[in-house]
Write a protein of this length. Structure first.
Length: 457
């Protein structure tokens, strides 16, 4: 549906909004009243309101952390470890740290990633290989950071606590990131001349030092927020507290006026340097920057609620259920649901809906914890996005990095490892936690609101 609408060049938000009315029309044709359909729409949005609140606080956090020198310090110390012989490894780690700090793969690839491509070119490393390291690192944070909109959205769609969702993903992502980093480290020694020029990295570090007061103690707010989140403290107040720390750092260590520092929470950071990629990377953030993402999340959640109310998801779910009779097949069906969401829907947000809502009831019926669902949905949805040439991720990465999707695809080692390890865990019943069969089913679901399911039975 989204693919058809996107041919007209509609923004994904508008395409999803138009999709609401197409699904509503189908529901009315099947005999449901509008009030009943609207309840499904509102229920879907209500289930994701926590995600909206988190996104608001995340926007404030990014703006204040840049202004306070926290994000610039992370990038600076990442660049300081750069050397020709470990460039691919360093590029992977720098992009991973940047995306973990900012929660965006697009922002990381479009800024730090571009710098890595330029440095890699000066080292004589094949560009598809550099792009593979950049994209692999960028998606570490997009998949694991509590600041990532896709991470928050997946937890919300699957009705899993955000920190529990991240902890579940660590079982797969940690070994995948470790193996991928070792692969990039090993391959780097075969391609990189140890005496290659590092002037680009040096120029970026000089520009950062000129614009910000860089210091190790500016890394402490990041550590504090991570520790608090790891201690299972509520996400919204913790992230808001992190934003306050950013404002304090901007006033105390960056000589910013108090009112200007507070304004960065809403409007984001503004700066100017002689290094273009730093201007792009560090002129962002703020609550205002999240409005488009918030609209997209609301439309996506509403569409999922509508599809569930008229029974579309139940019909598809029942089709999977007859085949997905064990944890391995259920994992595979979730990964495929995410991939086909990207293939036909063209966006990570659509793929997360298809991966999670199509198979969620099967997890409940088999007594498998929804943390496994959220982990597999993120693997099938977020991870496969840059693998599809016409998806938003594939188009963005190819255009931004100047390397075609099919060229960099073989070097997305982190992505392939996540998919492979997820399947191994599923079929080997590793980290597949069990609950009582049917215990996670919502109490207010009833067959009367699923006319399409009745018609197909």
């Amino acid at each position: 549906m989204y693919l058809f609408l996107n041919v007209w060049g509609l923004p994904i938000q508008l395409a999803l909004f138009v999709s609401w009315f197409l699904v509503i029309g189908l529901g009315i044709r099947l005999g449901l009243g509008y009030e009943t359909i609207q309840k499904g729409l509102l229920k879907g949005i209500h289930n994701g309101m926590e995600a909206v609140l988190v996104l608001i606080t995340v926007g404030a956090l990014i703006g204040t952390w840049i202004a306070g020198g926290i994000v610039p310090s992370i990038i600076y110390y990442g660049l300081s470890v750069m050397s020709p012989s470990i460039f691919l490894f360093a590029a992977f780690i720098i992009c991973a740290l940047t995306s973990l700090a900012t929660g965006t793969s697009f922002g990381t690839a479009g800024t730090a990633g571009i710098a890595m491509m330029g440095i890699g070119h000066s080292f004589g490393i094949p560009m598809p290989l550099v792009a593979g390291a950049v994209i692999s690192g960028a998606y570490v944070g997009d998949k694991l950071s509590p600041l990532s909109d896709t991470t928050v959205m997946t937890a919300s769609l699957c009705r899993v606590d955000l920190i529990d969702h991240i902890k579940s993903m660590l079982y797969v992502s940690a070994p995948s990131a470790l193996i991928a980093s070792l692969l990039f480290l090993g391959v780097g020694y075969f391609y990189v001349d140890g005496a290659a020029d590092t002037s680009r990295a040096d120029a970026a570090m000089v520009a950062l030092a000129e614009q910000f007061n860089i210091s190790w103690y500016l890394l402490l707010p990041t550590l504090m927020v991570i520790i608090l989140l790891a201690m299972r403290k509520p996400s919204i107040p913790v992230i808001s507290f992190g934003a306050v720390l950013g404002i304090i750092c901007a006033v105390l260590f960056q000589d910013m006026a108090a009112l200007d520092a507070v304004n960065t929470a809403y409007f984001g950071n503004a700066m100017s340097s002689d290094v273009d990629f730093l201007n792009t990377l560090l002129n962002r953030g703020g609550i205002e920057s999240m409005f488009g993402v918030i609209a997209l999340v609301l439309f996506a959640l509403g569409l999922g609620g509508l599809m569930d109310r008229i029974g579309v998801l139940t019909v598809i779910c029942n089709g999977f259920l007859s085949w997905a009779s064990n944890a391995g097949r259920l994992t595979l069906s979730t990964l495929l649901g995410g991939f086909f969401g990207n293939f036909f829907g063209g966006a990570a947000y659509v793929s997360l809906i298809t991966a999670s809502t199509i198979t969620e009831k099967n997890y409940d019926k088999q007594g498998i914890d929804r943390r496994v669902l959220s982990r597999n949905a993120e693997a099938g949805g977020t991870i496969t996005t840059p693998m599809v040439p016409w998806s938003d991720g594939g188009v963005f990465m190819a255009t931004t990095l100047g390397v075609s999707t099919l060229s960099y695809l073989p070097f997305l080692w982190f992505h392939f490892l996540v998919l492979i390890i997820s399947l191994i865990y599923g079929y080997a019943n590793i980290a597949v936690w069990r609950t009582g069969p049917g215990s996670s089913l919502p109490a207010d679901e009833s067959e009367e609101s699923l006319p399409l399911a009745k018609a197909s039975s």
